[in-house]
Design a protein around this ligand. Structure first.
Ligand SMILES: [Zn+2]
Length: 132
């Protein structure tokens, strides 16, 4: 961004990332098995996610199977360690690795929780988040 890293590390306390996913229409949601291809795309095992929800399409959702949107969030708190990484010219991957070590719940994890709760679909997750 053309900003000196010392300015970022001394003035920013947290960074939040947000993505919007479409929510499954609750009027036509049905339980379906997670396919092998979907499990591969999400890099999860079919055993841990045997079933997901999916809207089959109805009048209320104009046959899209989706109705409404939901935000997925990732909150990165700039700890002393992370400030140190930024200050010494560390890259995004180093910052992320440290943040995960400190308990950062990354977007993909938040997304998978929403999948597990039957709120959104694998396609939506793959569209807005990247694999770990
Ligand atoms: Zn519907």
């Amino acid at each position: 961004m053309g900003i000196d890293s010392y300015l970022i590390s001394s003035s920013v306390i947290a960074v939040m990332a947000q993505r919007l996913v479409r929510k499954i229409c609750q009027h036509c949601a049905e339980t379906v098995p997670l396919t092998e291809k979907e499990a591969d795309l999400l890099k999860i095992s079919q055993e841990s996610f045997p079933e997901i929800k999916r809207g089959k399409g109805c009048e209320r959702c104009a046959n899209t199977g989706y109705r409404g949107r939901l935000g997925l969030y990732e909150l990165l708190i700039l700890s002393d360690e992370i400030r140190h990484i930024i200050g010494s010219g560390g890259d995004a991957n180093q910052i992320r690795a440290q943040a995960v070590k400190e308990g950062l719940k990354i977007l993909r994890q938040d997304a998978l929780e929403k999948l597990y709760q039957g709120i959104t679909t694998p396609e939506e997750i793959v569209r807005v988040t990247r694999a770990v």
